[in-house]
Design a protein around this ligand. Structure first.
Ligand SMILES: [Zn+2]
Length: 225
């Protein structure tokens, strides 16, 4: 699929998170969570270890690859905010993490099951992953899920799956949509995005994938006809 498609969907997903900043009432900051996890890795047995002391046999995945790369720690969806959305990005790393409006503070062990609001029990996830992640009494389940996502299911897969499913629901040929998007220029992408923002709303804590994808398909079909 064309890279423009990813760019387009990516922006729509980022926008969804801005509608409701989950965890805004928590006193722990994103930077504090980042500080705790910045040098940690998940091993293939789902244990946590400092990256520097990992060996090859651990098959470790570093949770944060680059200190200023603000993206979902499970699917890798970048925190992509447009200039006109008025998010002030400062030069300092602390401000950069704390200014982020697209990631949510997720509990590793669910709050309702006794999980505390401490950095070691918090993780930064996009709204889709947050809704999807396991809420159990075992941290191991959470890390097993993150490890799997990091290895097998990044945001590009998720978005493609969402679009494909919406096509099936609406009985629209997926290939027609893909072809249309691969020919879109930047101006058209932004126009589509604006129309989708106008016609979707929050479902629970975020705009669902199906809302965005179904509206996207409607707009494309309207334009083709
Ligand atoms: Zn994610």
């Amino acid at each position: 699929m064309d890279v423009l498609l990813y760019l387009f969907i990516l922006k729509v997903v980022s926008w969804s998170a801005n509608k409701e900043i989950y965890g805004v009432n928590m006193s722990i900051t994103k930077y504090e969570i980042y500080e705790f996890w910045k040098d940690k890795s998940i091993l293939k047995n789902y244990q946590i270890k400092n990256y520097a002391s990992c060996e090859e046999k651990d098959e470790a995945i570093r949770i944060i690859e680059f200190s200023d790369d603000i993206c979902c720690w499970a699917c890798g969806l970048p925190s992509f905010i447009l200039d006109e959305e008025n998010i002030n990005i400062s030069g300092s790393l602390k401000k950069e993490w704390n200014n982020d409006k697209s990631l949510q503070k997720a509990h590793i062990i669910a709050r309702s099951l006794g999980g505390e609001e401490k950095a070691e029990n918090m993780f930064l996830l996009c709204p889709i992953c947050h809704a999807d992640s396991p809420d159990t009494v075992k941290a191991e389940n959470f890390f097993a899920w993150v490890y799997y996502k990091r290895k097998n299911d990044n945001y590009i897969n998720m978005l493609r799956r969402g679009l494909e499913e919406a096509c099936k629901i609406k009985n629209v040929d997926f290939q027609i949509i893909v072809d249309y998007l691969s020919k879109c220029n930047y101006h058209k992408v932004m126009k589509l995005r604006k129309q989708i923002i106008k016609s979707c709303t929050v479902h629970g804590t975020f705009v669902s994938m199906s809302s965005k994808m179904m509206e996207l398909i409607d707009e494309i079909i309207k334009d083709i006809q």
